[in-house]
Ligand binder design. Structure first.
Ligand code: GLV
Length: 326
């Protein structure tokens, strides 16, 4: 009898086929999260699961899934996992770092450039038939990106990929991270470590690339936004919840900062309706890693993690090493 696994949400058919050669796969082929009760019920007799960032795995779910050995997220972020509860239950947890770094860094730049140069507003204005003739001094002035200061909060792999791209824009790059990068890594992306206060004060473009956790909840709120330059733009492709959306909407409405490029929101997809009225925010629906090749790479890596976990091998992206018996 094959081992039972759950694929919690529609991924790629070829991967489900690959998993089916090893396992008895219970597949939710809808691209919608299972409601919490259904997720718990379908996990109850499973040994492992491929999960998406919309699937909450916590102590209550684990209590109903005594055979569970591994949950393999198709995402680099894993705030949908209660990692402490998973570790306590001896369940391996994995994520998909690395394969999405460049694509997500590209998304940062798409939002940054769009926000700085008001691309979305200008496009809407043109489509609305408002363009009567070329203008010189009232012509959708934006902010220069070249030679500006890029500030990165959270300097992991994606942060470094964002910083490397700034070399082509002749920017000064400053960053803040709990751990300072090694000298050669700093040099490779021409980045200088600064305190968090200095980062907020100095950045013309502040890019958030931190994981979301209780420690980073509302890390950017009213006082942090007040510390930023009035000409600055905030770019968030990390997680909603790192920013206090209420405070951000207020700052954008009052033009206390110039603009924002946002791919993630608190309580997404039910974002605060006031965002929709802002002409100085560019909004995208959590598409940071969304190219076919990258999403396929992420799903393949999650499948690799799952196959390793159930073959007694250490999964390549194990988040809680103490669960691996070796
Ligand atoms: C996407 O948000 C991810 O964490 O991979």
């Amino acid at each position: 009898m094959k081992t039972k696994i759950l694929v919690c949400r529609a991924i790629f058919p070829a991967l489900v086929e690959r998993l089916s050669t090893h396992f008895d796969v219970d597949y939710n082929d809808q691209d919608a999260a299972l409601p919490a009760e259904q997720l718990a019920a379908r996990l109850a007799d499973k040994v492992a699961a491929i999960t998406l960032l919309s699937d909450r795995i916590d102590a209550a779910v684990l209590a109903r899934a005594p055979a569970l050995k591994a949950v393999c997220n198709v995402a680099v972020g894993y705030n949908n996992f209660d990692l402490e509860a998973l570790t306590g239950a001896g369940v391996m947890a994995t994520n998909t770092p690395g394969v999405l770094d460049d694509t997500t860094a590209d998304t940062v730049w798409a939002l940054l450039l769009a926000s700085a140069r008001r691309v979305v507003g200008a496009d809407k204005w043109l489509r609305a038939g408002q363009w009567q003739g070329w203008q010189f001094h009232d012509n959708w002035f934006g902010n220069d990106v070249h030679h500006a200061t890029l500030g990165i909060l959270g300097m992991g792999r994606i942060g470094q990929a964002v910083a490397r791209r700034a070399l082509g824009f002749d920017m000064r790059v400053v960053y803040h991270n709990r751990h300072r990068l090694a000298d050669d890594a700093e040099q490779a992306c021409n980045a200088t470590w600064v305190s968090r206060d200095e980062l907020l004060r100095e950045a013309d473009f502040l890019v958030l690339l931190l994981p979301y956790s209780p420690a980073t909840h509302h890390l950017i709120g009213a006082s942090e936004l007040a510390a930023m330059k009035p000409s600055a733009h905030l770019i968030n492709v990390a997680r909603g919840g790192i920013v206090d959306d209420d405070a951000l909407i207020d700052a954008l409405q009052q033009r206390r900062i110039a603009g924002a490029g946002l791919d993630v929101f608190e309580n997404e997809p039910a974002l605060d309706g006031r965002f929709l009225t802002l002409d100085n925010a560019v909004l995208t629906p959590h598409i940071g890693s969304s190219t076919y090749a990258t999403r396929l790479g992420m799903a393949s890596l999650a499948a690799d993690n799952l196959v390793a976990a159930l073959s007694g091998k250490r999964p390549p992206n194990l988040l809680n090493p103490s669960t691996f018996a070796g």
